[in-house]
Design a protein around this ligand. Structure first.
Ligand code: NAD
Length: 418
């Protein structure tokens, strides 16, 4: 489908085709599994603070509706396109199926630089987008959550706009809301905590002692920062961190609390005085035990994959590794890969918990959330590892095979209408 043309969508399709070959899926079934069910593009005129009207573009892609409502984040970033959103929606489908959630995948986004908009402008943009989406979303249709460039406040505005339109409060329309309006405790930290739980399992699997291990984290937003702090709790020393502004390196370990204060104050990692500056490309090649890409897609490609110097590659971001890089990593048996759809699944798992709590108006404690989260991640980790060993395929192929087969089975059982 030409409408989705984008390198990230091509990458998601390439991964799907490799899995389809592995699973011997007949060609007649492939397009039905691969292409999104629905894609919306909307024009979003808003009034800027200076009185001018500007039109932004928003997208929502719902990948499949076979297992329940669709679920997925909303991204605010200047590079958002329909194709990128479609790829992210496809990955959400395999991720939800891998972890056994009753959802299809979705993703949305607005092409904008949220840092260049005032809070009032962001609110107007978010409310306008939500209004345009009303025919296509609902607690039983499609439920959004935060992603790059969005946060709890954005979710609160979406929930308010939808509720005002319907005439009563409907917290289950979005997840990742503030706890005081129906969010779940532990949701904001869920993705990063899940990433570090799985890294701990990977360390155990390859016999790496956390107290002697070092980590490098690309991206210091929600996922990257929580992962860094959680790894430190496991005893791991975080030696390099970056964000869009650049990175810093300190072999003795970065003082994460001071870094967080610096980022809160300046909104950038660069300029922090607790380490040496380094570029994002240097950061990826830094010798370490654990490398955590937690920013954007396609960061690890065929040019830097041969130069990675880590034992564990933990894909906290969605789609950080291209298929060409994968082919190289497949030959580098010393690197244990935690593929994205497994590694960052903690976010959607606790989003599912939030949705369930909202539907029941019955809220859980933080330890109940953490306990249930780790059980689901543990099960997905063990299933993926066992599949990978049994079929002698990479962890990515194993995770994708499990996810794709479950969606395929659901489609087979439901049949083709009419
Ligand atoms: P965020 O907006 O909170 O943070 C993104 C971070 O990446 C920022 O620190 C930003 O400066 C940095 N960044 C952007 N471009 C960069 C570049 N070129 N090089 C280095 N750093 C760069 O977003 P987030 O929610 O932390 O999401 C990060 C990744 O995790 C995304 O791939 C997202 O899809 C994925 N993810 C997020 C969640 C979630 O719950 N938020 C769940 C699953 C997966």
């Amino acid at each position: 489908m030409k409408v989705y043309d984008h390198p990230t969508f091509a990458m998601a399709c390439r991964q799907f085709d490799l899995v389809a070959d592995l699973l011997d899926i007949p060609s007649v079934e492939r397009d039905r599994l691969k292409f999104p069910k629905r894609a919306m593009t909307v024009a979003l005129p808003i009034q800027r603070d200076n009185g001018n009207v500007e039109v932004f573009t928003g997208y929502r892609v719902q990948h499949h509706l076979t297992l329940g409502p669709t679920k997925g984040g909303l991204r605010y970033h200047p590079d958002v396109t329909l194709g990128e959103v479609a790829a992210l929606a496809m990955w959400m489908s395999w991720k939800c199926a891998l972890t056994g959630l009753p959802y299809g995948g979705a993703k949305g986004g607005i092409t904008c630089d949220p840092h260049s908009l005032s809070t009032k402008e962001l609110e107007r943009l978010t409310r306008r987008f939500t209004q345009e989406m009303i025919p296509f979303i609902g607690p039983q249709m499609d439920v959004m959550a935060p992603d790059v460039g969005t946060n709890e406040q954005v979710m609160a505005w979406m929930m308010d706009t939808y509720s005002v339109h319907m005439g009563y409060t409907i917290p289950s329309i979005v997840t990742g809301k503030p706890v005081s309006i129906g969010g779940s405790v532990g949701r904001r930290e869920a993705t990063g905590r899940g990433v570090s739980y799985l890294i701990n399992r990977a360390m155990d699997t390859i016999g790496l002692d956390p107290n002697r291990a070092t980590a490098v984290v690309q991206g210091f937003g929600n996922v990257g920062s929580v992962t860094a702090f959680s790894l430190a709790k496991y005893g791991v020393k975080v030696i390099a961190v970056s964000d869009a502004s650049g990175g810093i390196f300190n072999q003795a370990g970065i003082d994460l609390r001071r870094l967080e204060e610096h980022v809160d104050r300046t909104r950038a990692v660069s300029g922090f005085d607790g380490g040496e500056p380094l570029s994002n490309q240097q950061l990826l090649k830094t010798p370490c035990d654990i490398l955590v890409p937690a920013a954007l897609e396609r960061q690890i490609d065929e040019t830097n994959a041969p130069k990675l110097q880590c034992r564990i590659l933990a894909e906290a971001a969605n789609g950080p590794t291209t298929p060409a890089a994968d082919a190289i990593l497949d030959q580098r048996h010393e690197i244990f890969v935690l593929p994205d759809i497994l590694c960052n699944a903690g976010g959607v798992v606790v989003s599912y918990f939030e949705w369930v709590q909202d539907l029941q108006s019955f809220f859980w404690t933080e330890s109940e959330v953490a306990d249930k989260l780790f059980r689901i991640l543990e099960s997905a980790f063990v299933q993926t590892l066992n599949y990978s060993r049994k079929h002698n395929v990479s962890m990515r192929m194993a995770a994708l095979s499990l996810g794709v087969s479950r969606v395929r089975e659901a489609k087979r059982l439901r049949g083709l209408f009419p």
